[in-house]
Design a protein around this ligand. Structure first.
Ligand SMILES: Cc1cc2nc3c(=O)[nH]c(=O)nc-3n(C[C@H](O)[C@H](O)[C@H](O)COP(=O)(O)O)c2cc1C
Length: 446
């Protein structure tokens, strides 16, 4: 009998929450440098059965040269791998996924850090490979401008191959630690890479043993053509922004086809659109709760947020109640730019309306209603071939997470759509994803 297919759930705390003004909610957590609070959020997620915690990252102060910086939470957050290492000691089951940039790191660093986290956490680590987005990040790494879109994906393709080869470079059983003979490691099971590519020269091997998962979970979140090419080839989990069921189904179908065209089984990649939810005893109460949160938004902050997310066009110089101008696809976040343009056109939204919608959700889908309504919505997306699970982004912490965990998840459990307890094993095993074979141990070439 095959195991029942369950909705997978990641928790994406997104600094102080997905909502740009969520930190101002009277019950919200606003201090992001409080480990006890992170520990509490992780404990809520683990008690609720979330599969993983995901900490995003960027490599610059987020809003530069702009008065809105002083009104944005998340300006200064802890470096995610460091935070996850601490959380690995106070959690037991939940996966620990962090972003690291392929544009501003070296593969050896990334392979080493995530291998270390995988060992510390007994196989719960995951890497969200991003190519970074902004010139502000470039400016912290000796460049005036960010790498051009296709160039950075070219670097990412080679980057991930080197990282995976480094994870394979020390076989699972290389460490014999034989006190009587005095032999610690069997060097026949340790392999140099001697990689020389367009972007990287890496001799190897890695100075951390092969991770418990073989390879920590690989996550990819870019939805441009280049992003999808990379995702279809290597990603175990794909994050995406999808607002409506039909386009999400088409996206799901197309990506699964590409996964299969890469010689992979369709169920070996999990597609997880972003999702936020506001639960009410009635639909009206849920709407009112969202409205109260939206009233905390400063419109200048929202427009700056929309400008940044839609690729850097300064929208504050356009009439607030006028239409979104034609955005030429820039070097930034191409999939978001296209999505916002489509949303604005289809629903005839002004800049103000779109800015509030986007800043009130971090760009992801927000579902409001009773717990039953929200469970129905998730079921429709899951069973309708639009999602293998969801990357849940609370609008603020922790009450908005707890209401989802306490009210929506029990309904999904009763319907047989969400697990009752964690499966044994590593994050890959819990998610039903195979442990990658070692290319060297299998006799393959680097
Ligand atoms: C859920 C989600 C999380 C993301 N997290 C990060 C992140 O932590 N750091 C980052 O630089 N980009 C992040 N991104 C952006 C993507 O990695 C990617 O750069 C973006 O979607 C644009 O890619 P594209 O040009 O291929 O569409 C995230 C995207 C999504 C949907």
């Amino acid at each position: 009998m095959t195991a029942p297919r369950h909705i997978k759930l990641f928790l994406f705390p997104a600094a102080a929450g997905a909502h740009v003004a969520g930190w101002r909610h009277p019950a919200a957590r606003s201090n992001l440098l409080d480990f006890e609070a992170d520990r509490r959020t992780a404990a809520i997620a683990e008690a609720a059965g979330f599969d993983a915690l995901f900490f995003a990252d960027r490599l610059s102060f987020p809003v530069r040269d702009n008065a809105t910086a002083e009104r944005s939470a998340g300006s200064a957050v802890l470096e995610p791998l460091t935070l996850l290492a601490a959380l690995s000691a106070v959690t037991r089951q939940i996966g620990l996924v962090a972003t690291a940039s392929t544009s501003y790191h070296e593969p050896y660093h990334v392979a080493r850090s995530f291998a270390s986290l995988d060992h510390l956490s007994h196989g719960r680590a995951g890497w969200n490979m991003v190519t970074s987005l902004t010139d502000a990040e470039a400016a912290n790494f000796g460049r005036e401008q960010h790498f051009e879109h296709s160039a950075r994906y070219g670097r990412a393709e080679e980057f991930v191959d080197v990282v995976r080869a480094l994870w394979d470079s020390v076989d699972d059983n290389a460490f014999i630690r034989d006190k009587s003979s005095g032999r610690y490691v069997d060097l026949n099971q340790v392999h140099a890479l001697n990689h020389r590519g367009e972007h990287f020269s890496v001799r190897g091997p890695l100075n951390v043993p092969r991770p418990p998962q073989g390879h920590p979970l690989l996550v990819q979140a870019g939805s441009s053509e280049e992003g999808l090419r990379l995702a279809a080839r290597v990603a175990d989990v794909v994050f995406t922004t999808q607002q409506e069921l039909q386009p999400a189904q088409a996206f799901y179908q197309a990506l699964k086809e590409r996964v299969v065209a890469n010689g992979r089984a369709a169920d070996q990649q999990l597609l997880m659109p972003g999702l936020s939810a506001v639960v009410g005893r009635t639909r009206q109460e849920a709407q009112d709760k969202l409205q109260a949160l939206n009233e905390l938004i400063d419109i200048d902050v929202a427009v700056a947020f929309l400008s940044a997310l839609s690729g850097g066009t300064d929208l504050s110089s356009y009439p607030l109640d006028g239409p979104l101008p034609d955005l030429t696809l820039t070097n930034g976040n191409r999939s978001k730019q296209a999505l916002f343009l489509r949303q604005a056109r289809e629903h005839n939204l002004s800049i103000r309306q779109l800015a509030i919608q986007v800043a009130g959700s971090g760009g992801h889908r927000v579902v409001t209603g009773t717990a039953e309504d929200i469970a129905d919505d998730l079921q429709r997306w899951f069973e309708g071939g639009a999602a293998d699970g969801f990357n849940f982004k609370p609008l603020y912490l922790d009450d908005n997470l707890s209401e989802f965990a306490d009210q929506v998840l029990p309904i999904l459990r009763d319907r047989g759509l969400f697990k009752h307890e964690y499966a044994d094993g590593t994050l890959r095993e819990k998610l039903g994803l195979a442990r990658p074979a070692n290319r060297f141990a299998e006799g393959g070439a680097a």
